[in-house]
Ligand binder design. Structure first.
Ligand code: SF4
Ligand code: SF4
Length: 109
């Protein structure tokens, strides 16, 4: 999920694989920014928003998110996820906002 990230503090304050709140926060969150066309082309077309602005949103979550938010989740395009997803780090401001929305703990160790 989201963020199963490269920049996590060690140890990360929350387990992204048990969360996924940032992947189910807002339709305009997993948007494209500095991606090259080739980066976007690696993402299945069915998971890209019709206007090409970012990831497709299905129901209340990113189309690439699998599993149950707050239990066990995974990003099915992890290697090719948008830059914003790379940049979201467990425990940062966006993470805490998303977790709070989903009623999850935002208490940092
Ligand atoms: S692309 Fe992956 S990491 Fe990014 S919002 Fe969607 S499921 Fe989460
Ligand atoms: S909201 Fe935070 S803990 Fe949850 S998946 Fe995103 S970065 Fe990880």
């Amino acid at each position: 999920m989201a963020a199963i990230l490269d920049q996590q503090p060690d140890p990360p304050p929350f387990a992204c694989q048990e969360c996924g709140a940032c992947c189910a926060y807002a339709a305009d969150w997993p948007r494209f920014s500095l991606e090259e066309d080739a980066d976007i082309a690696r993402i299945p077309e069915a998971m890209v928003a019709p206007d090409g602005s970012g990831m497709r949103w299905t129901g209340e979550r990113c189309a690439a998110l699998s599993g149950t938010v707050g239990e066990h989740v995974a990003c099915t395009i992890y290697a090719d996820r948008p830059i914003v997803c790379h940049d979201c780090v467990a425990g940062d401001e966006a993470c805490l906002m998303a977790r709070e929305r989903h009623g999850m703990s935002i208490t940092l160790p």
